[in-house]
Design a protein around this ligand. Structure first.
Ligand code: GLN
Length: 474
């Protein structure tokens, strides 16, 4: 398929070189043909994509503005609801669940002319770092098929890397957009918490969940965020802050920008990943940025803090899957409590059960103060570290992950080792600040590595400018 950008599709449509219907047809055919290589999509929403394409073509024909995402094929992670199109969250529990409404993000993408081509595979309820926790099989990394694409938005990252979609939506709770973006060599953005409405995003850990874009370049990611961002009355935590014109400010000039490199983020990074990150920092210096070392002392507690808070919230959020209200119900149901037990026993996978149990434990009477409350206090310290740092720097640059994509099966039996994948992404999610991964090269084996950029709350514009300048001159 043609390697398109949002702009190249728009130009082609307006010059009548092709129609949106043609783009949709070609994208769907290509995605269906390529998908067996990666298992990135769980289903294709052909009808919906064609309807969106026809709407765009009608607008072009009548010389109306077809919208900023006109004719753009978009893949959507399966934890984001699509009306009338099955949304399974990678779980047996919702294997046949057809949502009665659209997520606000999806609605805004379509209103802007985007075409939803399919739903992408992910770790069950977005819990994981490798996409191996999906009830519908793992996703393969398009760059190295024996390796994981990262997770939990592994299908979305793979789809963009494989060119079966121009952009994709993912969700991030502790790194699930940035880490797969880094592993697959694409751009992935976690916006400020509240920047994009969570309405229609199936809840994992509500105080940490974000929707964000994945794309092949910074400009496209910025354009998608621009469309999705902004207050939504259907999500009380969505922010009122006005949405700047991100794409309009990408001028490549970052001279004088002050960047901080946290000492705590280089500790576990070795080998080629460390080299690529150091080279990237040198390039940023070459672009005129001032780089200094900073310290974020609470970082060491991030993984423990995250896995207490996210499991606590998950145990509460996932209580709704009881065999009565949504999706799966066990056939082996005698009494009501058997029905609950069997439904949850059969419907959830191992990682989800592990988290429900952990979360129930940390919230239980007697342990609440020792774990949950303590974790909330440490979360405040982690946020404070960032607030202090942003008094003297404009952005923080760091690795996304200590290692590149690992082999399928390599870490599945060691949850603690798997949790380490997110050691550098979890802090940004806990603080609710905008952060992203931008490709910064590949190892000698050809495995992509991402550079992470983090900025202060609602400073996405600055983050995009830096990432775009880096991308242009890399
Ligand atoms: N890998 C982390 C986890 O397993 C992050 C997941 C996410 O961001 N959704 O929880």
């Amino acid at each position: 398929m043609n390697v398109h950008t949002i702009q190249s599709i728009r130009d082609g449509l307006l010059r009548k070189e092709f129609s949106a219907v043609e783009v949709a047809r070609e994208a769907l055919a290509y995605a269906e043909r390529e998908n067996p290589k990666t298992n990135a999509y769980l289903l294709f929403s052909s009808e919906r994509a064609m309807e969106a394409a026809e709407r765009v073509d009608r607008k072009v024909a009548s010389a109306e503005d077809p919208g900023p995402l006109a004719g753009v094929p978009v893949a959507v992670k399966d934890v984001i609801l699509t009306k009338g199109v099955r949304s399974s969250c990678g779980s047996r529990m919702l294997q046949h669940y057809i949502p009665p409404y659209d997520a606000t993000a999806v609605e805004r993408i379509e209103a802007a002319g985007g075409m939803i081509v399919g739903k992408t595979n992910c770790d069950e309820f977005a819990m994981g770092s490798s996409n191996e926790n999906s009830a519908f099989g793992p996703v393969r990394n398009p760059v190295a098929p024996d390796r994981v694409p990262g997770g939990s938005s592994g299908g979305s990252a793979a789809a963009v890397a494989q060119n079966t979609a121009v952009v994709a939506l993912g969700s991030d709770t502790g790194g699930s957009i940035r880490q797969p973006a880094s592993f697959c060599g694409v751009v992935g953005v976690t916006p400020t918490y509240g920047r994009v409405s969570r309405y229609g995003l199936v809840a994992f850990a509500s105080s940490l969940d974000h929707i964000g874009p994945l794309a092949r370049n910074v400009r496209d990611a910025a354009a998608v965020l621009e469309v999705m961002a902004g207050r939504d009355p259907l999500d009380s935590t969505s922010a009122e802050a006005p949405v700047p014109n991100y794409t309009g400010r990408l001028d490549g000039d970052v001279r004088g920008m002050k960047l901080g490199v946290p000492v705590e983020y280089t500790k576990h990074v070795t080998g080629e990943t460390a080299e690529l990150i150091n080279q990237s920092i040198d390039k940023l210096r070459g672009l005129g940025c001032e780089v200094r070392e900073i310290s974020l002392p609470a970082t060491d507690y991030a993984i423990a803090t995250y896995y207490i808070i996210c499991t606590a919230e998950a145990s509460s959020n996932l209580a709704r899957y009881d065999g009565v209200r949504y999706g799966f119900r066990s056939a082996a149901s005698g009494t009501l409590s058997d029905m609950y037990r069997n439904t949850r026993g059969e419907g959830f996978g191992a990682e989800v059960k592990r988290r429900i149990m952990l979360g129930t434990y940390v919230l239980s009477h007697g342990y609440y103060d020792a774990y949950y409350l303590k974790a909330q206090k440490v979360r405040a310290l982690i946020t404070r570290d960032f607030t202090n740092a942003f008094q003297s720097v404009d952005a923080i640059v760091a690795p996304v992950s200590p290692f590149p994509a690992f082999r399928i099966g390599e870490k599945v039996n060691d949850p603690m080792e798997m949790y380490l994948s997110d050691i550098y992404t979890i802090t940004g999610s806990l603080a609710g600040i905008p952060c992203m991964s931008v490709p910064c090269g590949a190892t000698s084996e050809g495995l992509p590595v991402g550079l992470q950029i983090l900025c202060n709350h609602f400073h996405e514009e600055k983050m995009f400018r830096l990432a775009d300048a880096f991308e242009r001159f890399r």
